[in-house]
Design a protein around this ligand. Sequence first.
Ligand SMILES: Nc1nc2c(ncn2[C@@H]2O[C@H](COP(=O)(O)OP(=O)(O)OP(=O)(O)O)[C@@H](O)[C@H]2O)c(=O)[nH]1
Ligand SMILES: [Mg+2]
Length: 418
Amino acid sequence: MIIKKFQGKTEEEATGKAREELGAKTVIMNVKELRPNGLLRMFKNSVFEVTAALEEEEAEVNPAKAMMSPLHRHDTLDMVADEKIVVPVQERPQMEFGGMMSEMSREKNSETNGLEEKLETLQNLLEQKLVDQKEEEKEDFLKEDSTKEAAAKSDGFVFVKMLYGILLENEVNEKYVNQIMDENEKVMRNGMSVDFVLSNIYQKMILKLGQPRVIEMAEKKPKVVFFIGPTGVGKTTTIAKIASRFKVEQGKKVALLTADTYRIAAAEQLRTYANILDTPLTIVYSAEELNEALERVTDYDLVLVDTAGFSHRNQEQREEIKRLIDNVEPSYDKEIYLVLSATTKYRDLVEIADIYKEIFDFRMIFTKLDETSCYGNIFNMKMYTGADLSYSTYGQNVPDDIEVFDTQKMVKMLLGGK
Ligand SMILES: Nc1nc2c(ncn2[C@@H]2O[C@H](COP(=O)(O)OP(=O)(O)OP(=O)(O)O)[C@@H](O)[C@H]2O)c(=O)[nH]1
Ligand SMILES: [Mg+2]
C-alpha cells in the first residue's frame, strides 16, 4: 500500500494533487483542516490536508513526480504510527451525483454534522471499551496465574481482539475479518498503541471498500443506465431518487424507460414519478423496442431503465433481461447497477451476485440501510464480487433518502462508530 499526504488551499485542490500523482484509483482516507494557531490565524487561511492511498498493484504513479518525493510504504512503522485518525467535525464534501456539490446537499451536510460529531468519539468509545475489557482480562489473568504480569499485555493486542469482535458483531464475514487481522498482524509489534492499530485497520478497510463509482455522463448522449435486481429491493424508488437529483440539482435532461411489464402497477408507479418530475416515460416490451425508444431521446443526457424484479433463480426472466441489455445499440454508453437490499441474508446475496456476475459487469447500490444496523454484508459483498459500490439509500422519501456511498462513514460504523 502506498500512503501519502497532500495539501491544498481547498480539499478539492489537495485531492486533485493526490490524483495527479497517484492516479485515478487513489482512495482518500482522511481529510484534515489545518488551522493556523495564535496570531497567524489573522494572516493565514486554513490548509486542507488529505491522506491518500492506493494498493501498489493499482499504482499508476506519475513517475516524474514520484521521483521527486519518495513515497511512504505501508509496511514501514512510521507511516501509520503518526497517522492518528481525526474524524472531521465538518462533513467532508461528498462526491456528488456526477458534479459539484449542490446547495441541497450542503444543507444535508449540516444535518449530518450531528452524526459526524458522534463519529468523532469513535476512538474514545473504543478506548473506553478497551479499558473495561482490559480490566476483565486482568482479573481472569490473575485468577489463572497470579505470577503473570497482566499489565504487561500490550494495549494494541487487546484492542485488535476487541475490533475483531466488533467486526464480527456487525456481521462482517469471518473470512474477511481474518484477512484484515492477518494483514494488520504483519505490521503489528508488541507495545503498539491503540491509535496505530485503529488507524491501520481503518485504512485497510477503506482501501478494500474503494472509492464509489457513480453515474457519469457519456460523451455521446444519452448515457443508458439499467437497474436490475431481486423483487422489492427498491429499484423503482431509487430510479426516482436518482432522476430527481440529476434533473433538479444538476439540470440534466433525464428520460425514464421501463421494461417492467410483468406487474400492472409497475409502470404506473414509475409514471407517477415521471409526472412529478415532468420527464418522459416509455414502456418497452422488447429489446427492439428499447432501441427505438432510445432513438427518440438522443438529445437527453441520461436514460434510466427500470426492469422487473425477479427471483435470480428464474432463468427465463434472467435471459430476457440479458437479451434486453445486450441488444442495446453498441454506440450507446451503458452502465448496469445491481440493486441489493442491506437487509438480505449474506448467503442469498452471494447467490444473487454469483448469477448476475456471470452475465454482467455491474456496480452495486445498497438500499434500506435504515432497516438494519448491521452493515457487514455491504463490506462482504464488495470483497466477494469486487464490483464497485455506488449509491446507498436509507428510506422511502424521494428524492432525499439517497447518497453517494460514503466509504469513510461506513468503515467508522463497521468499527463501532454510531
Ligand atoms: N425503508 C426503506 N424502504 C425503501 C427503500 N427503498 C425503497 N423502499 C421501499 O421498498 C418498497 C419497494 O420499492 P420499489 O422501488 O417498488 O422496489 P422494486 O425493486 O422496484 O420492486 P419490484 O419492481 O417489485 O421488483 C417500497 O415500499 C419502497 O418505498 C429504502 O432505502 N428504505
Ligand atoms: Mg419496480
